[in-house]
Write a protein that binds this ligand. Sequence first.
Ligand code: NAD
Ligand code: UGA
Length: 437
Amino acid sequence: MRVTMIGAGYVGLVSGACFADFGHVVTCVDKDPSKIAKLKDGRMPIYEPGLEQLVATNVREGRLFFTEDAAESIQDSDAVFIGVGTPSRRGDGHADLSYVYAAAEEIADLMDGYTVVVTKSTVPVGTGDEVEARMRKRRPNADFAVVSNPEFLREGAAISDFKRPDRVVVGTEDERARNVMRELYRPLYLNETPIQFTSRRTSELIKYAANAFLAVKITYINEMADLCEAVGADVQQVARGMGLDNRIGGKFLHAGPGYGGSCFPKDTLALVRTAQEARSPIRLVETTVEVNDRRKRDMSRKIINAMGGDVQGKTIAVLGLTFKPNTDDMRDAPALDIIPALIEAGAHVRAFDPEGMHEARKMLQPGVEYAEGPYQCVSGADAIAIVTEWDQFRALDLDRMKAAVKTPLIVDLRNIYNPAEMKAKGFRYISIGRGEA
Ligand code: NAD
Ligand code: UGA
C-alpha cells in the first residue's frame, strides 16, 4: 500500500517508519523544513531508541521518503494519516485542532481517487465528523472515508509498542476503509493482535478513556504514597500487593513526582472539557488533573524541606529532566515545575540529563547550569534530586558520588534506590512513599 503520513513528530515518524517496515511505501510529510532536512540527511529530529536504524533500513530499501511538499504523495496514496499535534488550547484546555483541520483541508485539495484519511492524532469525540464535513465542503464529489485510528505507543518504547501493540483500534463504518486498514496492519493481523473495529466516535473516545484511566491509576498510587509517608508504610510494597491481583495489574503503579509528558496532561484536560460540554462531567478525572498539577508543584517543597527549609545560596544537583527516561521530550516534565521553584527559593540548580538538555535549555530559564555528566553535576552540591529514572542513574558509583557532594543528601522522586542500602553507604535518603533512611 502507499501511505502518506502528515506530521513527522514522535507519532508520525515512528508510525511511518514502522508501516514502511511492514512493507508499505511511506512518505512522511512535515511542514518544518529543519526536520525534513535532518531526516533526509539520516539524522533523527527526536531521540527514540532504535529509530535511527529503522529509518535508515527502510530508506535504503526504498520504502520510506521524507518531504515538505505533500502534493505528489497524497495523490498516489491509498491512505493518508494525520499525525500532527493536538496541544492544549491556551486558556480553556480544549484540544487545539487547528493543525488537524489544516492538514485535512490540504489533503482534500490534493487527494485523487478513493482515499482513506486516517486520524492518528489524539482528537476529541466528533472531530472525525468535522474533518469529514470540512473535506466534503472543499471536494463535494470526492471519493474518500475518514477513519479514526488512535495511537497507543509510549515514547521511549515507541517502536515495540507500535509493532507489538496490545490492540489496534479502528473507527469507521465504511467497509472499503476497513479493508484498507486491515491490509495496512496485515503483519499484526497475522500475529493475531486484536483489531477492534468500532464507530468513529467510539474509537476517538477509547483513546481518551485509556489515557485518562492510566493517569488516574498513577495519581491513585501517588496519593497512596503520601498516605504511606504519613502512616509509616511502604508504597512499593503496597503497589506490589495491589498489582499481584490480576484484576488490578502491576503496571502504572509506580509512585513518582506526578505524570508529565506530551499526552496525559493535555488529554486528561481535554477529556474533562469534552465531558463538561456534554453535561456528563467526569469528576474523577477532574480531580486527577488538580491533584497531579499540585503534586508537581509540591515536589520542590519536598526537596526544600529535606534541606531544612532554606535553600538560599545552596546548590542542588538535579539528575534527570525529561518527563520519563529514553526520550528527549520535555513537554510538561515535572522538572519544569520543580527547577523554577527551587531557583525562586534562592537555590543554584545544576542539572544533567542524558538526552534532554537540548530541549531543556529551550524551556528552562537561563539561570540553570548544565553539567556534562552525573558526577560533575553533583560535585560540591548540597543535595541531589533524582527527577527522572534513567538507567544510568540506577547504577551510579555511590562512593564516588559521596566523595563529590558537599552534603550526602539524596531526594529520590523515582524510588530507584533501596533506602537501607543508601543508609549503609552514608547517605540521608528521602524517597516517595517510603520511610526516610
Ligand atoms: P509532535 O509535535 O512531535 O509532531 C507533530 C508534527 O506535525 C510536527 O513536526 C509539525 O511540524 C507537524 N505538522 C503540523 N501541521 C502540519 C501540516 N499541516 N503538515 C505537515 N506537518 C505538520 O507531536 P506528537 O508527539 O507526534 O503527537 C502527534 C499526535 O499524536 C498528538 O495528537 C498526540 O496526542 C498523539 N499521540 C502522541 C504520542 C506520543 O507519544 N508523543 C502517543 C500517542 C498519540
Ligand atoms: C502515554 C501512554 O502510556 C501511551 O499509551 C499513549 O499512547 C501516550 O501517552 C499518548 O497518548 O501520547 P507516554 O506519555 O509516552 O505514553 O509515557 P508513559 O510511559 O505513559 O508515562 C507518562 C507519565 O507518567 C510520565 O511522566 C511517567 O513518569 C509517569 N508514570 C508512568 C508514573 O509516574 N508512574 C507510572 O507507573 C507510569
